[in-house]
Design a protein around this ligand. Structure first.
Ligand SMILES: *[C@@H]1O[C@H](CO)[C@@H](O)[C@H](O)[C@H]1NC(C)=O
Ligand SMILES: *[C@@H]1O[C@H](CO)[C@@H](O)[C@H](O)[C@H]1NC(C)=O
Ligand SMILES: *[C@@H]1O[C@H](CO)[C@@H](O)[C@H](O)[C@H]1NC(C)=O
Ligand SMILES: *[C@@H]1O[C@H](CO)[C@@H](O)[C@H](O)[C@H]1NC(C)=O
Ligand SMILES: *[C@@H]1O[C@H](CO)[C@@H](O)[C@H](O)[C@H]1NC(C)=O
Ligand SMILES: *[C@@H]1O[C@H](CO)[C@@H](O)[C@H](O)[C@H]1NC(C)=O
Ligand SMILES: *[C@@H]1O[C@H](CO)[C@@H](O)[C@H](O)[C@H]1NC(C)=O
Ligand SMILES: *[C@@H]1O[C@H](CO)[C@@H](O)[C@H](O)[C@H]1NC(C)=O
Ligand SMILES: *[C@@H]1O[C@H](CO)[C@@H](O)[C@H](O)[C@H]1NC(C)=O
Ligand SMILES: *[C@@H]1O[C@H](CO)[C@@H](O)[C@H](O)[C@H]1NC(C)=O
Ligand SMILES: *[C@@H]1O[C@H](CO)[C@@H](O)[C@H](O)[C@H]1NC(C)=O
Ligand SMILES: CC(=O)N[C@H]1CO[C@H](CO)[C@@H](O)[C@@H]1O
Length: 718
């Protein structure tokens, strides 16, 4: 009966879908049970790997390891601000070579899911939007707004046409079986009232009209209009997903979080292999047909691509770690689960599903074919005790918080809580310490005074609208003379984020910052003033990535909001509406002194450790460690800044921002092998605070297999 309904629905969808789709033999369609690719139903495991978060040199091995781990589909967002840095000027080179990435997926025989967005969030700066959108007159992002819709359609069309011209859709025998439009829009839809729903309709129609020949999805969007499929994102979609919004759509999970992104001041989020396996299996038991691991490989937020307060390493806890090494037992346990599910796919896809209770906290999900094929899932949702249950006249003892998979509905062939894969351990082996004073040179960046600035305003300007994201840094300067003697002056600064370094009369005072959850902060710093002359106040406002989420992203605010000097005799100087002078960026940035060709633009001197070293550029050279192991810089002796190797930024660092346990959130920073030559690699460090470059070290990263306990690890020689 149910099988018959599938057949009718499938036939309807197929016949309806032929019109308007790209011609080709390999259609991708769907019914309520699954995607149907080239006439075949599929249960698909998918893994997110974002091409700009690794390098073209690493893509083949990452994809191969995903394939070996039982992944069928590689899912990626498309990163608009990487591809269209200026309106109409496109970049698809190097790490942005989306076509090459898709072709690598195809070459390895995998499918692809292309999440175009073009709003992507993804802890990527500005949620993937190019900052120039901000200055389009009258624009309001992600709603029924003509300027926004124009640019969204323009970019989406550009990407779809690029994929078509390269023959990359499955309808053209390419790898892409699914595309996504928008991203978790339901989170903000209500903020736009009736314009929100109108925008969802428009976005779906715009996408479908592009005629890709493969289905579109909208994740976390219960009102996704037909034929767009609404999908689930989350950690426990087997429990939380209310299901597809129409009887002929399959149940799909586009983001099952393998961990959680990490912010400065945050500890890593570790999700066990058992917990992931439990929720993936439950989703399958409840007739899910597509599960994507977000992330399967996280990688690195190179340069300034991380969003506000997000660290440079991305989802290092995923089955493939930041360096692309297997994280065990996660990778192996999920591989085993994938193999088992694949082996049961005939009864899963062809059988009739029933479910019933087998105990107070225990349920059975059974898929049975008329021909006798059968697979059962026995769920024990008791998280503390084993449960003994009767199923089909057999007794089974189920581990706490686990799902057992029974082949032929008789023998347990997999249990989500029973991990057969041995854990491994990642080790960092020191290869070089940069402790020779004479191997370094430094250049102190310039602290501008009010009289040096060309941009002036009688108010505190908003940070992003002033820098246009050309730099993280914006100088706010003024000069003033107190009316009369100011006793025990205290400098009061309020900022909407993200960090501030304050200077008076060319002397560093203090640094302050907000956090991912509370971006605003205030500082009160005792200072000394010159009473009978002009005082130069210079405040460096620093952003650590642009915001990436929420409604009305175009009108988010950052930078200084109030500046005062309070004297003990109640005199108060309020500079909020004073004449301020502004400078976007640092001198070293403007001269691009991190590039080999521009080194001569400034005078480098021997390093001087005797004074405060805030805002200093350091330079040295190093040879690549021999071998093929991945490489990382250990920056635990540093404060906050950014690092370049051979002209390429390996990302921001912020070691001085500690977690509640007193640890930096990240000390090792990945230097891709492909950035290096054998000898004489240029290393440039921009340190904003008082870090010590003489304790920077270079490490090779490797995996210790058969790792049983921390004790055995500590006995090994380094
Ligand atoms: C997108 O905009 C560019 C100008 O920036 C224009 O040349 C191009 O034709 C537009 N493409 C589409 C599909 O609208
Ligand atoms: C796959 O299923 C077949 C028959 O159902 C069984 O004989 C075989 O052992 C299974 N293989 C694995 C790897 O589970
Ligand atoms: C069977 O599944 C349905 C639909 O998910 C659910 O409403 C019902 O509670 C389940 N029954 C048992 C006994 O678990
Ligand atoms: C397990 O129990 C928890 C807590 O009662 C509940 O929230 C969850 O939905 C249950 N899961 C399943 C698979 O029954
Ligand atoms: C379970 O046992 C009963 C009684 O012996 C029998 O009637 C029934 O068919 C058995 N069920 C299965 C699934 O083997
Ligand atoms: C729970 O069941 C497993 C077998 O399924 C068994 O090895 C284990 O000893 C049991 N634990 C307890 C506490 O009974
Ligand atoms: C700013 O003024 C200080 C004296 O307070 C001076 O040493 C410094 O060179 C000036 N900065 C610039 C960029 O001229
Ligand atoms: C952004 O800056 C421009 C001047 O460059 C100004 O006209 C505009 O009002 C500013 N917008 C916001 C939102 O601050
Ligand atoms: C303030 O800056 C001006 C211009 O750079 C400089 O001439 C003056 O000496 C500075 N004042 C103090 C107190 O440093
Ligand atoms: C300083 O003098 C200016 C101009 O006379 C006046 O507006 C301001 O209120 C005075 N500020 C203080 C704190 O005395
Ligand atoms: C600064 O000027 C703005 C606009 O003129 C005004 O609304 C605001 O109250 C002023 N703030 C202070 C602290 O004087
Ligand atoms: C939808 C869903 O399951 N969201 C969960 C994702 O994971 C975070 C972190 O554990 C939970 O807080 C959410 O509830």
């Amino acid at each position: 009966m149910v099988g018959w309904i599938y057949l009718v629905v499938a036939t309807l969808v197929l016949s309806m879908s032929r019109e308007g789709w790209v011609k080709g033999e390999d259609y991708v369609t769907y019914d309520r049970r699954s995607l149907i690719i080239n006439g075949q139903r599929k249960i698909l495991f998918s893994g997110s790997i974002h091409y700009p978060r690794s390098t073209p040199q690493l893509w083949p091995s990452l994809i191969a390891k995903a394939k070996e781990g039982g992944v069928d589909v590689i899912q990626t967002y498309v990163f608009w601000n990487q591809h269209e840095p200026q309106p109409g000027q496109y970049d698809f080179s190097g790490r942005n070579d989306l076509v090459k990435f898709m072709k690598e997926i195809q070459a390895q025989g995998l499918y692809a899911c292309l999440r175009i967005g073009p709003y992507i969030e993804s802890e990527w700066t500005y949620g993937g939007f190019p900052f120039w959108l901000h200055d389009v007159p009258g624009i309001v992002y992600r709603t029924d707004n003509e300027p926004f819709k124009y640019y969204m359609q323009n970019f989406t069309t550009k990407i779809v046409n690029l994929m078509k011209s390269e023959g990359l859709y499955a309808s053209q025998r390419g790898p892409i079986i699914l595309s996504q439009i928008e991203n978790e829009y339901q989170n903000i839809e209500a903020a736009f009232h009736e314009k929100g729903a109108a925008y969802v309709q428009w976005a779906a129609k715009m996408a479908v009209d592009l005629g890709t020949g493969v289905p579109w999805v909208m994740c976390k969007q219960t009102d996704a209009p037909d034929p767009v499929i609404n999908t689930c994102n989350g950690m426990r979609c087997g429990e939380t997903f209310v299901g597809p919004n129409s009887v002929n759509k399959p149940s799909m999970w586009t983001e099952n979080w393998t961990s959680f992104y990490q912010v400065y001041g945050g500890e890593p989020y570790i999700r066990s292999a058992q917990d992931i396996a439990f929720h993936v299996t439950l989703f399958i038991a409840k007739r899910g047909c597509y599960i994507n691991y977000y992330m399967y490989h996280g990688g690195t937020n190179f340069g300034r691509t991380a969003s506000a307060y997000v660290i440079t390493s991305y989802y290092d806890e995923a089955p493939l770690d930041e360096y692309g090494l297997l994280r065990q037992p996660k990778w192996g346990h999920l591989k085993e689960l994938h193999t088992v599910i694949k082996n049961c796919s005939t009864p899963l896809l062809q059988g009739v599903q029933t479910n019933f209770s087998i105990g107070q906290f225990q349920q059975a999900y059974v898929f049975e074919e008329e021909s006798g094929g059968c697979v059962a899932f026995l769920v024990n949702n008791d998280s503390t005790s084993n449960a003994t249950v009767q199923f089909r006249n057999n007794s089974f003892e189920l581990l706490p918080k686990s799902i057992s998979i029974l082949q032929d509905c008789q023998n347990i062939i997999f249990n989500t809580a029973k991990v057969n894969t041995k854990p491994n351990k990642r080790i960092a082996t020191s290869s070089k310490i940069f402790n020779a004073v004479d191997s370094w040179e430094e250049f102190r960046d310039v602290i501008p005074n009010f009289s040096d600035t060309s941009l002036q305003s009688n108010s505190l300007l908003e940070h992003m609208n002033t820098t246009k994201d050309k730099s993280d840094y914006l100088w706010y300067t003024l000069s003033f003379q107190p009316n009369s003697s100011c006793e025990e002056p205290v400098f009061h600064i309020e900022s909407f984020g993200h960090a501030v370094h304050s200077y008076i009369n060319n002397k560093f005072l203090e640094a302050g910052h907000g956090s991912h959850d509370t971006k605003g902060f205030t500082m009160d710093v005792p200072i000394s003033l010159i009473d009978d002359g002009m005082n130069n106040v210079s405040i460096l406002s620093v952003m650590v990535g642009l915001p990436d989420s929420g409604a009305f992203l175009e009108s988010k605010f950052a930078g200084l909001t109030r500046v005062e000097i309070q004297c003990s005799n109640t005199d108060l100087y309020d500079f909020t509406n004073y004449t301020w002078g502004y400078q976007v960026g640092l001198v070293g940035e403007k001269l691009q002194v991190y590039k080999e060709e521009n080194l001569e633009e400034v005078e480098w001197t021997e390093i001087d450790l005797s004074t405060n070293k805030s805002l200093t550029w350091y330079k040295t050279v190093f040879d690549a460690p021999i071998g093929d192991d991945p490489i990382a810089l250990n920056l635990s002796s540093m404060g906050k800044g950014e690092v370049w190797v051979n002209d390429q930024s390996i990302g921001r660092y912020w070691v001085s921002f500690h977690t509640s346990k007193g640890n930096p959130s990240q000390t090792l920073y990945h230097v891709p092998r492909s950035f290096l030559k054998p000898f004489g690699n240029l290393l440039i460090v921009l340190e904003e605070l008082n870090g010590d470059p003489l304790h920077i070290s270079l490490h090779t990263i490797s995996i210790l297999d058969n790792f049983y306990s921390p004790i055995s690890y500590y006995h090994l020689p380094h």
